[in-house]
Design a protein around this ligand. Sequence first.
Ligand SMILES: NC(=O)c1ccc[n+]([C@@H]2O[C@H](COP(=O)([O-])OP(=O)(O)OC[C@H]3O[C@@H](n4cnc5c(N)ncnc54)[C@H](O)[C@@H]3O)[C@@H](O)[C@H]2O)c1
Length: 265
Amino acid sequence: MAEPPSPRTVLVTGAAHGIGRAICLGFAAEGDQVVVNDLDEAKTAETVEAVRAAGGTAIGIGADIGVRAQVEAMFARAEAELGTVGVVVNNAAWYEFINPSQQTVESFERNFNVDVTAMFHTMKAALPGMQRLGGGVIVSIASLNAYVTIPQNAAYSAAKAAVVALTRGFALELGPMGIRVCSVSPGFTATPVVQVYLDALTPERRKEELGAYDERMPLRRLGRPEEIANAVVFLASSKASFITGTDLLVDGGMYCLNKAFSYNP
Ligand SMILES: NC(=O)c1ccc[n+]([C@@H]2O[C@H](COP(=O)([O-])OP(=O)(O)OC[C@H]3O[C@@H](n4cnc5c(N)ncnc54)[C@H](O)[C@@H]3O)[C@@H](O)[C@H]2O)c1
């Protein structure tokens, strides 16, 4: 099974900041060319600049990945400017943290459209190019919430569980074409946005919100965006050549912890 030729063209959705930006920088450090997608044009330009400042090649494309025609136009432009896309990273997400009984159907559907249906759009748009290349890799960002949830997260958690399930389904069909399909499930990760939120908490509130992370979870801290990016870059590399249909939890061991059980010797 062929890996895409080097330098690969890697398209990362929702990459204006946070984990997506770290993924772009991770691929650029491997010598890959990066297509940075997001709705936020100003921050997309910042990610493109960060990749170029690190010596890499990047272009920014401001497409809405929930709209099929915009996804197709994005792949056509990416191919025209940087060559056929060999690696797709579905990183974009949209969600509203709200109790299901209060959530509108528009909010619920937008959550699934951006997190799940968009995976279908990017797969369809990437497939002809990957078949021409004789191989490719799709990595989607799910979440620890695909496995265990928290209040006000029903739609988000269900969408992330669908990301894991769709990954397995795509892997079955695309494997014989030389295309590997995986997902990565981050635990709570200290992106700049999360960090601003944490820094605004009083020590008492921080203990209430994060006690389990700071004091009880196995690695005793939140994740860093680069640590999620490292897992994505690995899964997209030839070192992962026999891995497909797999979800890789990158959560500092949080999944192992039963928060409801307070025994802590
Ligand atoms: N940060 C965490 O703690 C954490 C934990 C688990 C999983 N994740 C997942 O990791 C990924 C990145 O998370 P993050 O916290 O870095 O960023 P985020 O979730 O704040 O942002 C995702 C990006 O997607 C973009 N986006 C939303 N709708 C879009 C659309 N229709 N088209 C194009 N772009 C769109 C947004 O503009 C934003 O820049 C997401 O899939 C998220 O669900 C994050």
